[in-house]
Every structure is written in structure tokens, then in C-alpha cells.
Design a protein. Structure first.
Length: 309
């Protein structure tokens, strides 16, 4: 049996060797069970010596493989490329920064081989080390998307998981350009076991995920797995039509009963500004869905490989 480890990398030269060493600590477990390993680093257009570090490892150990993109296509593209290139009967995805502990790999393997699961996923039960504002919005995102979407996404879920070959093939069948892997993993179904662990801070380097990148990623997930924002925009349109009708009736009745002269320009300007803002907001929601459709219709490749080992 072959276990493929997919490792997306972007400017991770400091962690390449450390990650390999941590994986090798688990090798005795796999050797005893006659499970072979391959480590597939997917270099997502790094600007440092990430690819060079992987090549050095490859010279020492031919189980180390490299897929190098022509530019930065994003982590989602790196995950998809890794799933396409992986040859294993079992496939695991984990980050190079060691926030996804390789020590869990034996436990994940046991759950699939002896407990009958199709996938073993991980979730963080704490967010120690994260800025409080980031943790707050992360929790609100999971709460929101689970209320808006029929696809359940577990709070604190990581991309770190191990899968069987049928599970991998199911994911590869979803060749959409705008990818949100956490949602895709849940959408395809199968029996999944969840492992919980406390948050581990990255060993070296800095995170590539800023607050705004995470925000954009959250919007990607909501749009990709829910049409509720469109329903919300429609609801706002109906609501303001009803309010406008009530306001018109109120103005007519007041004029007939009290003969008040036309007045209230400041309030009128505020109402017009509010309604205009709501219209632009709803138009922005529709525009997001239209933009995603536009990108899918173009049918561009999800990634372009520059070279590989």
C-alpha cells in the first residue's frame, strides 16, 4: 500500500527540511505495516528557495516529489494539483508549516484501515496564538455558513485529512475553478472521522493568510455553497417595496387630513441614500455570483505546471 502526502508550499524554504524530518519520525509505524510513503511538495509559485530545498531532499530520498507551478495560483489549486498527481491508495493533505502535526498520521491510518472510515479529518478545538479579532470572525463565519448552506462545515476544520482513493476520485470529479475545499470535502459525503487537537503555532516563517485574504476566502465559501445571499437580496427588495407603499399611503392620508405642505427634505435625502446603498449592496451580491459564473465559463486551467520531479 502507498500513502501519498500532499504538501502545499508557498515561500516555505525554512520549513521544508523540518517537515520532512517530522514525517520520517513516523516511518517505523508505516514500515512495520508495509506501507510505502511518498511526499509530494506542491510549490505554489514560491519566490524563495522552496523548490531548491525540495530538490536537495529528492537527491537524498527519491520518495520526495515536486510539482512546481508557473506562478502563484493559490492553495486551493495546489491541493487540487496534489490530488491529481498523487499515486497513493491513501492520500493525506497537510501544511508544511507543521501546524498540521504529522504525529497524527498513524492514528488516521488506523481509523481508515481498521475502523472502516473513508476519510479522517482534523479540527482545532482552540485558537491559541491567533489574534482575538481573527478568531472571532472565524467562529462567526462557520456559524453563518452552516445556517446558510445545506453542506455542513465543521467549526475549526482544517484541510489536514487522510482519504481513500474513492474519496479522492470523488473530489477530482468536481473540477470547478472557484474552489473551497472545506465545502467540497463535506459535499462529496462518505464516512468521515474527526480528530481534535489544540492549535499549534507555525514553527518558522510567517503566515501568508492576512485578514483580508481570509475574508475573501470566506466569501468564496459562502458563494460557492449557498444561494442564500441572493434570497436575502430579493427579500430586501420586497421589504423596501412594501415600506415604500406604506409611506406613500401615509403621505396621501396626512395631506388629506391635515393639509401639511411638502416638507422633510433632509429625511428624504437620508431615505434615498439608504435605498441607493441597499440597491448597490444587492447588485454587488448578484455581481459576485455572476463573476464566479464568468470565471467558470472561461474554462481556464486551475493551475499550470512549470516543472516536476
Amino acid at each position: 500500500m502507498l500513502l501519498s502526502l500532499i504538501v502545499p508550499c508557498y515561500n516555505e524554504e525554512e520549513n521544508i527540511t523540518d517537515f520532512y524530518d517530522e514525517v520520517m519520525k513516523q516511518e517505523p509505524y508505516f514500515s512495520e505495516r508495509e506501507i510505502r510513503l511518498e511526499i509530494l511538495y506542491v510549490d505554489d509559485g514560491s519566490k524563495d528557495q522552496t523548490a531548491g530545498k525540495v530538490r536537495t531532499l529528492h537527491d537524498r530520498d527519491d520518495r520526495v516529489r515536486l510539482v512546481r507551478f508557473s506562478r502563484n495560483f493559490g492553495k486551493e489549486a495546489a491541493i487540487y494539483a496534489g490530488l491529481q498527481k498523487a499515486r497513493g491508495d491513501l492520500v493525506a493533505i497537510l501544511d508544511c508549516d507543521l501546524q498540521d502535526p504529522p504525529a497524527l498520521l498513524p492514528q488516521m491510518t488506523e481509523a481508515i484501515l481498521h475502523e472502516g472510515y473513508d476519510s479522517v479529518a482534523t479540527r482545532r478545538v482552540t485558537r491559541k496564538g491567533e489574534p482575538p479579532i481573527r478568531s472571532f470572525f472565524a467562529r462567526r463565519f462557520y456559524h453563518m455558513i452552516n445556517r446558510m448552506s445545506r453542506t455542513e462545515i465543521v467549526d475549526g476544520a482544517r484541510d489536514y485529512r487522510m482519504m481513500t482513493r474513492p474519496f479522492v476520485e470523488a473530489i477530482l470529479s468536481l473540477a470547478e475553478v472557484n474552489r473551497f475545499s472545506k465545502g467540497i470535502f463535506s459535499w462529496v459525503g462518505f464516512e468521515t472521522k474527526w480528530l481534535e487537537y489544540e492549535n499549534i503555532e507555525r514553527r518558522k516563517g510567517e503566515t501568508k493568510w492576512s485578514f483580508w485574504k481570509l475574508f475573501a476566502y470566506a466569501v468564496e465559501g459562502i458563494i460557492g455553497f449557498s444561494t442564500t445571499p441572493l434570497l436575502f437580496a430579493s427579500f430586501l427588495g420586497v421589504l423596501f417595496c412594501v415600506l415604500a407603499a406604506i409611506f406613500i399611503v401615509f403621505i396621501i392620508v396626512r395631506k388629506l387630513l391635515f393639509g401639511d405642505p411638502t416638507s422633510g427634505w433632509p429625511s428624504l435625502v437620508c431615505i434615498i441614500s439608504l435605498i441607493s446603498g441597499v440597491q448597490l449592496f444587492c447588485l454587488g451580491i448578484v455581481g459576485q455570483y455572476l463573476a464566479k459564473t464568468y470565471m467558470e465559463v472561461k474554462n481556464r486551467p486551475i493551475y499550470i505546471v512549470k516543472d516536476e520531479l
